[in-house]
Design a protein. Sequence first.
Length: 404
Amino acid sequence: MRLAWVSPLPPSPSGIADYSYELLAIARERAEVHAVAERPGWFRRSRSPAGVPILSPQEFESNAGSYDAVLYHLGNNPSHRFVYELALKRSGIAVFHDFVLHHLIAAITVEGPRQWEPYRSLMVGEYGAAGQRLAELRWRGVATDFEKFVFPLNGHVARSAQAIVVHSEDSRERMIQIAPDVPVVVVPHHSERAPAEVGDIGREEARAKLGLPGESFLVGHFGYVTRPKQPAAVVGGFARLVARHPDSLLVMIGADHTGGGFDRLIRRHGLEGRVRMAGFVDLSTFYLYLRAVDVVINLRYPSAGESSGTFARTLGEGRAGIVNDLGSFGEIPTDVALKVEVDRDQAEQVAAHLIRLAEDPAFKAQIESNARRFAGTVLDSKRCVDLYLNVARLEALKKAVSTD
């Protein structure tokens, strides 16, 4: 089977780029796979695993008919623009890493080059008069990101696809409502092993390498710091932990996109010196931090229907995790991850989980064991690749039958 895998690749600043690189390394052993990616910059080239050639979007377009199946990996990062545009030109298997596409479409139209008509047309096509009004408001700057979550703007891509892949049952059920005539398959977000250079480094050695205190209870937060990540609940919950365990430390790995709001939260709770901002780090350093911490907080509300690659890595490393009981996170068993309800005091719930993990080593060890087992079975990389290839084979068979 000949397969095209359309996705950003490293060093593109997209988590899906790393995701694709990891799965391509397995897929190449089971099929002939070509990656399709844009260069991430004038002086940088995309990287793919050995044995996986990279085609430019233009090269792919001139030879697209030669593939048995095409996988379009769609995400909301602007680096996915070429994937979105190719998916509209030639139908294939649309992989929705986020249920919502509105963030991407707004970024490449009204929020970037100020292309009013394409955005307005899409909004009207999917939402009628309401779409027209919302488009007009956004054009005038009277809009927030909240509307993007309510109006996902994904129907035109979903309904034109041959098949759809999502990462959770929640997204599958929502997608069926939008594209009832298109088959929808769930492929869980895989959990990948740490890079080889991280090796078998344990918690103590990871802390030493990163200059982190060896005996403190360390709380990790990975990924961009944004409003949907509920920073007030993260900091508020951590403050309650510090009140009982003053040497605790919160480590933020990822860029702060709150416009100074996160710093204000730290000052409000008097946590200066108890929070370390690591910023953006490479994948190896990311795993060192993941090895170093005791627990990872990963809250998301509202949700764009995404499944967190960061959290899949958390489970794979056998770390306790705290998540919202919502969307894809809601499908994780309660003995694998600790849950936070969005309609209750989230800071209070985060604090209760942190304090129990800090004070009950046996409970913490059990959660860590359950997380590692879940990642090794349900989120196994080879299993996920096989699920992708099953979808591709079915579409290849349909293509063969239609051409007979």
